[in-house]
Write a protein that binds this ligand. Structure first.
Ligand code: BGP
Length: 491
């Protein structure tokens, strides 16, 4: 169904998303400190179907990167130079008709080592200027406070989020944003994909596997500190700006049982509980769920609680549930019987009923409708899709166009399912497609894995003019927004 009267609420927040660590550049500029994202390197020999070795950051790689001044080898240090192109980029998003613009404020641009008592004013001034551009076009800013960008000094000095002291440092960072930007921002997200603390630990919590002999314990203790920090800043946000809303966010790993065998169904139940619901149960229901007692016992995890933690989690829960959705996976009691494929943040098992992207991510629009119903039935809070899109190798044709019909097809099918979910009764408040422009890939640091409505002339080695060009999907999305989701037709 591509043409219909709009099902979407009249104030539906259509937009797109980016992250500071994948777009800004401005590395070392105006006081910005080194972030964990600056350790991510591009590897031309990367195996797109097996990113595990690329995700494993070692102490050796960290130490080498910290002393390496090169920027091209570390693509997130230059991003797409949003730091100098933000006015043009925001104007292009406004031309598409965006109602909301999702971006993150890099912690190390405001507190370079994370430990300072006062913020870097030049960093605040940059985000003042970004907000001014967003406001100029009547868009709502949606600000992610932590998007895999913690100062690397917190890793070397505190072992990342395993140290409870980081709660106080993060709260200082967030309070600085709330007081400085005050009423200019209504929608906030505490942690991008907080469940990445289990699947991509270094960039999410700063835990380094070869630095600990209790890796799983440290993963969950670090996430516990993030839960407490999220509750604390939610409390402070509501005190500072009662109209503002704090979202929690997960990477939604939607998964199906490989067969109707009860063993596969139980595996799906556990995967769903441990990989998804644990995080949103704590941040929306306000308490650790009972099923985690079994998991912690079976994995020798003993969370260290401080006085007041339980009350904080119970009292200051998230106002809405944000999530990223790219693909779906399979759960099997006998995973070795199925072929593997790659997926966001971790590997998955192949679903014979689904096509995959060139990076192996399984494309499942109906899985989005299932996910929306599943999450809304469980939590009855507003839902916000803050990442959805397809990474692909886009090419500029001789006539200077970029015919990304596969991206239009992907988005059209997913938006159709969003429409169905709304008819199913789901309260969906917004959609920020990943990503507004082509940016440096989070998992692989490639530029060639392109997601944007806007093509950016830069290759995997950081060469290019950085010129911005409108893809076919730019014009398509412009029409989708103008019709409030009623007209999804290709031409
Ligand atoms: C999510 C991140 C985003 C985005 C997305 C796509 O985990 O929140 O930053 O990058 O993944 O992943 P990738 O860029 O690795 O294709």
């Amino acid at each position: 169904m591509t043409n219909s009267t709009s099902i979407f609420p009249k104030n539906f927040l259509w937009g797109g998303a980016i992250a500071a660590c994948q777009t800004e550049g401005g590395y070392g500029k105006n006081g910005r400190g080194m972030a964990v994202s600056d350790i991510s390197f591009y590897d031309s020999q990367i195996d797109r179907q097996d990113l595990a070795k690329h995700r494993n950051i070692t102490t050796e790689k960290i130490e080498a990167a910290i002393t390496d001044p090169d920027t091209k080898r570390y693509p997130k240090r230059h991003g797409i130079d949003f730091y100098h192109h933000y006015k043009e980029d925001i104007a292009l998003c406004a031309e598409m008709g965006f109602k909301v613009f999702r971006f993150s404020m890099a912690w190390s641009r405001i507190f370079p080592t994370g430990d300072e008592l006062t913020p870097n004013q030049e960093g605040l001034a940059f985000y003042d200027a970004v907000l001014t551009e967003i406001e100029k076009y009547g868009m709502e800013p949606l600000v992610t406070i932590s998007h895999f960008e913690m100062p690397v000094a917190l890793v070397t000095n505190y072992c990342g989020w395993t140290d409870r002291k980081v709660i106080q440092l993060f709260t200082r960072f967030a309070e600085t944003l709330f007081t400085h930007f005050g009423q200019r921002v209504t929608y906030w997200i505490s942690f991008n994909e907080i469940n990445a603390g289990r699947f991509s630990t270094f960039k999410s919590t700063g835990v380094v596997a070869d630095k600990t002999d209790q890796y799983v314990q440290d993963c969950y203790q670090a996430v516990h500190h993030q839960f407490v920090a999220a509750a604390l800043i939610t409390k402070r946000l509501h005190e500072i700006n009662p109209k503002a809303q704090m979202g929690c966010m997960i990477a939604r790993f939607t998964t199906y049982p490989a067969t109707c065998n009860p063993d596969d169904v139980l595996q799906m139940m556990h995967d769903d509980q441990y990989d998804n619901f644990f995080y949103t149960d704590v941040m929306i229901r306000g308490a650790y769920p009972g099923y985690m007692n079994r998991f912690f016992k079976e994995n020798d995890v003993a969370i260290q609680w401080a006085d007041g933690d339980k009350e904080l989690l119970a009292t200051h829960t998230a106002d809405y549930l944000a999530f990223s959705y790219y693909m779906s996976n399979i759960s099997s009691a006998n995973p070795n019987e199925l072929d593997q494929t790659d997926a966001n943040l971790k590997k998955g098992l192949k679903n014979p009923y689904l096509e995959s992207s060139a990076w192996g991510w399984q494309i499942d629009p109906k899985g989005l409708r299932y996910t929306l119903n599943n999450l809304y039935d469980r939590y009855q809070v507003p839902l916000f899709i803050v990442e959805n899109g397809i990474g692909a190798e886009d090419y500029v044709t001789t006539d200077g166009k970029i015919h990304d019909t596969y991206r239009i097809d992907y988005l059209q099918k997913h938006i159709e399912q969003m429409r169905e979910a709304i008819v199913d009764g789901v309260e969906l408040i917004g959609y920020t497609m990943w990503s507004s422009l082509d940016i440096v890939s989070s998992g692989t640091s490639e530029m060639s894995k392109r997601y944007g409505f806007i093509y950016v002339d830069q290759d995997d080695d950081g060469n290019g003019t950085l010129s911005r060009s409108k893809k076919d999907s730019f014009y398509w999305y412009q029409k989708v927004i103008a019709s409030n989701g009623a007209d999804l037709s290709l031409n």
